[in-house]
Design a protein. Structure first.
Length: 235
């Protein structure tokens, strides 16, 4: 005659399953989120690269910085995307935009975590510096892209939050820094400027740097780390 499981055996089995779940679920969720952030970053990266090339083609330049991008952002109607010079031209005219001029602390209008210090944190959960940008948009995929003209080094720096205002708002997780080279290719922050403030080609993302004055510099190395790992977030 077949015997069923006793109540004690069932409870022991459930207890073992519970312990295994407690030990494995956090790791599975972390891996899932890392793959999600990486996929969103890869998509935003490709869109930026395509947009830069489209702008160069439209303005018939071989050097990206011979286009109207090579200025501080100047807009006659920033909220409606009417920009004549600077990064606003690129962001408004070459992306599918859901929000414009959205570097604000207004919870309804903003597309980033906030403009003040502490709006973003580092991987080690330290408070990060304030976001330094001239103009931001959010594309229809939900990524926020912010840019600023660096007059000293004559180039544009971009900050990309791959999921907009959604958490974790963490440098190296959903926030990355991208520079645009003169030939239109993209690089990690600092690796293209004549006098780089950081060495951005390091193998490991070190977003927990203390004393770094720029949010971009806190993200230095993160983009390279993801790309060098075959578009994987292994740090």
């Amino acid at each position: 005659m077949k015997k069923g499981f006793t109540l004690a055996e069932v409870l022991i089995t459930l207890g073992i399953v519970g312990v295994v779940a407690v030990l494995t679920v956090p790791g599975v969720m972390k891996n899932y989120k890392s793959r999600l952030y990486t996929a969103q970053l890869q998509k935003a990266y490709a869109q930026i690269a395509d947009s830069v090339q489209a702008m160069m083609n439209d303005q018939h330049v071989d050097n990206f910085y011979e286009s109207t991008i090579a200025n501080a952002s100047s807009c006659s109607n920033a909220n409606n995307g009417v920009c004549e010079k600077g990064v606003g031209v690129l962001l408004n005219n070459y992306f599918k935009v859901s929000k414009r001029n959205c570097a604000t602390n207004d919870r309804v209008k903003r597309c980033i975590a906030g403009t003040g210090a502490g709006s973003y944190v580092t991987i080690s959960s330290n408070s990060a510096p304030a976001i330094d940008t001239e103009y931001c948009i959010q594309n229809t995929n939900g990524a926020a892209i912010c840019g600023k003209w660096d007059a000293a080094n004559k180039m544009v720096h971009l900050l990309v939050d791959v999921n907009g205002t959604a958490s974790p708002n963490m440098v190296g997780r959903d926030l990355f820094a991208i520079d645009i080279k003169s030939d239109g290719s993209l690089s990690d922050f600092g690796s293209n400027s004549p006098n780089p403030t950081v060495v951005a080609n390091k193998e490991v993302c070190d977003a927990a740097l203390d004393g770094t004055p720029q949010l971009n510099a806190r993200a230095a190395g993160c983009l390279n780390a993801v790309i060098n790992a075959g578009w994987k977030m292994e740090y």
